[in-house]
Design a protein around this ligand. Structure first.
Ligand code: OGA
Ligand code: NI
Length: 339
């Protein structure tokens, strides 16, 4: 329980173990809220052309590795319920939250803190609840029992978001010229739900909620609610992602960069804190099975070769990633081919 930052809700100053070294601090720098990260309207049936949607998400994935989607088919009710139940979870007495705390990476449902509390030099300003969610029936009985509607809400949410994730993967695959269903089966078998809770921080210039990182998986769909905090690193600068009601922020993980042979980007991002309100986000990670072989897609290598990455099993990537969480270059290095 000492490890949870949520228990320190009312602290007046940032504890030393959360103060970043000077060069990693966000500082007082005001970051521009970005209007250039594309917002893609996925609504069909009213003149929105599928080809145009594909072009938009493909371009955004090449340029930014990030985009937002609206009219995406996940209902406003499902989104509202999920955000409320996520907030309610972290508003429970810290003793209740702490009962689910575990450092065991293999535990299917657990509360955890920043990255690796016992090993990291500096801690980050967040706590999380994380659990597997596909197939829902297999894991639901291990999810939190409080708030009482948690399981029902997160169950509906996980199924709907998975559908959206697979649809986006289908569109990206089509845009890249891959065969239909390329990203189905083993490549997208896993689904993890991660609720991040960033409590108000007395001095946001000294800390981060999450350090600069790229996600290890295939694709991530994030509900960031209405509180700003997410920033993307683009051309040597941090830019803020504007919170849009009911939109999903979509970002590509390392595996899409590798499979697309570098055509698509897995962008680096981080989370800053604020001093006034708690920020609760819900991230869904879609990722390959442990045994799945990842390699640049053959048609892309043929058309644009040579391959930039070697073939590997996803579990090999995961192990290296955890060891090198905040060094995105070192995460990819062992899998790069010399060209
Ligand atoms: C993540 C992440 C962003 C956010 O969990 O990997 O980047 O705004 N989260 O919580
Ligand atoms: Ni991330």
């Amino acid at each position: 329980m000492e490890k949870l930052i949520s228990k320190r809700f009312n602290i007046q100053s940032v504890p030393e173990s959360y103060v970043l070294p000077q060069e990693l601090r966000p500082g007082k720098l005001v970051v521009p809220l970005c209007k250039t990260i594309p917002v893609v309207d996925l609504g069909g049936g009213d003149g929105h052309d599928q080809t145009e949607i594909i072009q938009q998400i493909l371009k955004a994935s090449q340029e930014f590795g990030f985009f937002q989607v609206i009219n995406h088919g996940v209902s406003v009710k499902t989104i509202g319920d999920m955000l409320s139940v996520a907030k309610e979870f972290f508003e429970m007495p810290v003793e209740d939250i702490a009962t689910l705390y575990s450092d065991n990476l293999k535990q299917i449902c657990r509360v955890c803190t920043s990255i690796d509390y016992d090993k990291e030099e500096v801690h980050y300003w967040k706590d999380s609840l994380r659990h597997l969610c596909h197939p829902v029936e297999e894991y639901m009985h291990l999810w939190p029992q409080k708030p009482t509607r948690y399981r029902e809400v997160a169950g509906t949410y996980s199924v709907e978001v998975r559908k959206l994730g697979l649809r986006l993967l289908g569109l990206l695959g089509e845009g890249l010229g891959l065969e239909p269903g390329y990203f189905g089966n083993e490549l997208s078998k896993g689904e993890l739900l991660l609720i991040n809770n960033y409590p108000p921080c007395p001095d946001p210039s000294l800390t981060l909620g999450l350090p600069k990182h790229s996600d290890p998986n295939l694709i991530t769909l994030l509900l960031q609610g209405d509180v700003y905090g997410l920033q993307v690193f683009k051309d040597g600068q941090w830019i803020g992602i504007e919170p849009l009601p009911n939109a999903f922020v979509v970002n590509l993980g390392h595996q899409l960069q590798i499979i697309s042979n570098g055509m698509l980007r897995s962008a680096e991002h981080r989370v800053v804190t604020n001093s006034s309100v708690a920020r609760t986000t819900v991230a869904t990670f879609i990722y390959p099975s442990d045994e799945c072989i990842i390699e640049p897609a053959q048609p892309l290598v043929k058309a644009h070769g040579p391959p930039l990455y070697r073939a590997f099993q996803y579990k090999e990537f995961k192990i290296n990633y955890s060891a090198k969480f905040s060094e995105p270059e070192a995460q990819l290095a062992p899998f790069k081919l010399q060209s």
